[in-house]
Design a protein around this ligand. Structure first.
Ligand code: NAD
Ligand code: UDP
Length: 319
């Protein structure tokens, strides 16, 4: 990666900021393009003085305003959490469609390798378990989650078509639920929601009976998978995610245990089309990239809890 110039769209978000940091550490020059619609300048604040880091404020739906040579494009810009994509349905569809086309155009124009940050949501509420990349998915095309799922499916179709018709060196990562420091505390995703509730001694809001499962992956592990796929020549798609599947209720109990909280559990309505199960088949990631998630769930949760607790201390709270 030494000397490479890498564009990271969505680089001021949770995953993007970890990716920018990792790429700088690997010796790359990083151009972070972000509209800050859901990301935050604070996520990249420690990087802005780095001589190889540039921040460009732009909406990728309008274009990706980067001049000069580019070696890699990591396209992460997307509204990404249910709370936000239910609030911003049209923006979500546009970033998956127009935004992805513009990011692909940049890669095509510069001859860069392109990586699409796709999602396990392309599998929808899966009828196959675990999910292998060959599974086509079970998505409700007009349900509330469809703006995200179908935008990513369109983004995958566009990426595959650029590769087929124009020869763009493009690949697809299907990322499963990832957690860790710098997740937006207010975007409703399950780990930050439960950790904040546990630290505040409030009930943990478990959706439905909590028997639905997710397979969580520590952020640095996910980012390592993305970098490996970006550096490989594989077209993908490749699943990148955790292999320790837990029910949401087990996750809530683990977080109560790790925080030593006296919180109880409160069952709240299950959102429409909430996937029942989710676990990646990691044979491709392991075979092609030599990648496996390394960080045990409890270890990653402890680090995340420490980070959330630090954000709640008075010096981090708004005046
Ligand atoms: P995030 O919300 O923290 O980051 C997304 C970033 O993209 C934000 O900084 C946001 O401001 C930016 N963005 C959104 N629309 C934009 C636009 N039109 N122009 C420019 N910037 C824009 O979310 P995240 O969890 O870091 O997700 C990053 C990527 O990874 C997304 O593409 C998401 O779909 C994908 N992904 C994440 C997970 C996960 O568990 N975190 C799982 C699957 C896929
Ligand atoms: N969830 C929950 N309580 C919350 C937030 C989420 O029980 O306060 C559930 C949600 O219904 C889903 C799972 O946790 O079953 C993961 O939700 P998240 O929004 O983190 O990710 P996704 O649904 O996209 O997998």
């Amino acid at each position: 990666m030494d000397g490479a110039r890498v564009v990271v769209t969505g680089g001021a978000g949770f995953l993007g900021s970890w990716l920018c940091e990792r790429l700088l550490g690997d010796g790359a020059a990083v151009v972070c393009v972000d509209s800050l619609v859901t990301g935050a300048r604070t996520n990249v604040a420690p990087l802005v003085d780095h001589p190889r880091f540039t921040f460009v404020a732009a909406d990728v739906c309008e274009g990706v305003p980067v001049d000069g040579a580019v070696d890699r494009v990591f396209h992460l810009a997307s509204v990404a959490s249910p709370v936000h994509y239910l609030r911003l349905p049209l923006e979500t569809l546009r970033s998956g469609s127009l935004g992805t086309t513009h990011a692909l155009d940049l890669a095509e124009r510069t001859g860069a390798r392109f990586l699409l940050a796709s999602t396990s949501e392309v599998y929808g509420d899966p009828l196959e378990h675990p999910q292998h990349e060959s599974y086509w998915g079970n998505v409700n095309p007009i349900g509330p989650r469809s703006v995200y799922d179908e935008a990513k499916r369109f983004a995958e179709a566009t990426t595959a078509a650029y590769r087929r018709s124009l020869g763009t060196d493009a690949t697809i990562a299907r990322i499963f639920n990832t957690y860790g420091p710098r997740m937006a505390l207010a975007d409703g995703r399950v780990v930050p929601a439960f950790v904040q509730q546990a630290l505040a001694g409030e009930p943990l809001t478990v959706a439905g009976d909590g028997s639905q499962t997710r397979s969580l992956c520590w952020v640095a592990d996910t980012v390592d998978g993305l970098v490996r796929l970006g550096e490989s020549g594989f077209p993908g798609p490749v699943n990148i995610g955790g292999d320790a599947e837990v029910t949401v209720l087990e996750l809530a109990r683990t977080i109560i245990d790790l925080t030593g909280s006296s919180s109880t559990i409160e069952h709240v309505p299950l959102p429409q089309d909430d996937p029942r199960v989710r676990r990646p088949d990691l044979a491709e990631a392991e075979g092609l990239l030599g990648w496996r998630p390394r960080t045990p769930l409890r270890e990653g949760l402890i680090r995340t809890i420490e980070w959330v607790a630090a954000q709640r201390r008075p010096e981090h709270l708004p005046a």
